[in-house]
Design a protein around this ligand. Structure first.
Ligand code: FE2
Length: 390
């Protein structure tokens, strides 16, 4: 097969703006590689999570086996791992390398791609320090890249570093969608005993307009005083807003999940896995039966304080037009007697806008949280989020 040049590949990607970029300075041979920091030596209270081997998915009876393995996790825990998802460790580490070099760009370069916070548009760069946590400002930077479809063509510029690697980023994102998100949605359908195994898949086709996105994320290292001023993330328990969140293995401990027993446990870094958590939308579509898990990121163990915590994530969401009412033809949901979680029909597009307005605009969020005064906020049509404290 003839090899495609990087320039030809760039010409074929959908969201690239057409201004040419010289890819040579951004070749991996010229970029200092990202190196995973060492794991903690501390004994932490680790969560026990199931690991799905996606290689089993296409074998005879594999889907049914995996669905069985997953059932308790999606109804009671909301977190699990997947492995064998069709991307090599080298491809994953390449993305960590791009994240490292993106966040190392000067602020004025990144500012060119800054999110339009007021429009609740999260694609682009979210700068650190926007949110006051306790007595100090957050230290989190995010860069979100939308789906590679016509809907987003020309909408978002990319710095040359990423422009030079867009074909790989596109391949990476689409592989996650096809090899992880869609198979998981079929497993959920089997668990819900839906007559059509593709019911949820049909609400998540890659080509149709939706707000899925790929993310680089950075929690910069902090001093003891800075960790203390931040409140250590203890009050930042939350649920994610989409269908599922995929989080690549990285060694800095920090992620904790809230169990049904009210205790927080740590999520460990299992080699070769992606951590998956269920989020609000899949919970809305099942009247809360599939569990949108509460989680937070806290101060890492002391032996990891010298390191930045770099994240690679993929957020899956249904089509914008999807109405977030419980699915009717699931015997499991019928038996459970689930109810809609909104007072009126709400579309995915409306839900994203409502929740992102709160997430991206701390001033608006502070005002709205203060309205009820009981530690809850109405996100939309009677559905309330609440604070999950230490
Ligand atoms: Fe989250």
């Amino acid at each position: 097969m003839a090899t495609t040049t990087i320039t030809e590949k760039l010409a074929s990607t959908t969201i690239a703006d057409k201004a040419p970029v010289d890819p040579q300075p951004y070749d991996y041979s010229k970029l200092e590689r990202y190196v995973h920091p060492p794991e903690t030596e501390e004994k932490l209270n680790w969560a026990e999570l199931v690991t799905l081997d996606l290689e089993d998915y296409n074998r005879e009876g594999g889907k049914e086996r995996l669905a069985k393995q997953l059932e308790h996790a999606v109804h009671h825990v909301g977190f699990f791992y997947v492995k064998n998802y069709g991307l090599s460790q080298e491809e994953v580490d390449d993305q960590f390398t791009l994240a490292k070099h993106f966040f190392a760009l000067p602020v004025d370069k990144k500012a060119k791609y800054e999110c339009n916070y007021a429009a609740a548009d999260y694609n682009g760069w979210r700068r650190n320090g926007r949110r006051l946590d306790h007595r100090g400002f957050d230290n989190v930077e995010i860069y979100n890249i939308p789906k590679f479809t016509k809907d987003f063509e020309g909408e978002y510029g990319q710095p040359d570093l990423l422009k030079a690697h867009l074909p790989e980023i596109e391949h990476f994102s689409k592989t996650l969608h096809n090899n992880v998100v869609l198979p998981l949605l079929r497993l959920f359908a089997i668990i819900l005993q839906l007559p059509d195994e593709d019911y949820l898949v049909n609400q998540h086709s890659y080509e149709k307009k939706s707000e899925d996105h790929f993310r680089y994320m950075l929690y910069r290292k902090r001093t003891e005083e800075q960790w203390e001023a931040s409140g250590g993330g203890l009050n930042n328990g939350h649920t994610d807003l989409g269908t599922v969140t995929l989080l690549f293995r990285q060694p800095i401990a920090g992620l904790q999940i809230l169990g049904e027993d009210g205790n927080w446990t740590w999520v460990s870094a299992q080699p070769g896995t992606i951590t998956v958590n269920l989020a609000d939308t899949i919970s809305h579509l099942t009247g809360g039966w599939l569990k949108s898990s509460v989680h937070r990121v806290v101060t890492p163990p002391r032996d990891q304080w010298a390191y930045d915590r770099t994240g690679l994530l993929y957020f899956a969401r249904p089509h914008n037009e999807t109405v977030l009412n419980p699915i009717l033809d699931s015997p499991v949901l019928q038996k459970a007697g689930v109810k809609p979680r909104f007072e009126k029909p709400v579309t995915m597009e409306e839900w994203v806008k409502a929740k992102q307005t709160l997430q991206l605009n701390p001033e608006i969020a502070a005002k709205r949280w203060a309205e009820a005064g009981d530690g809850t906020v109405e996100v939309l049509a009677g559905f309330r989020d609440r604070k999950y404290k230490a």
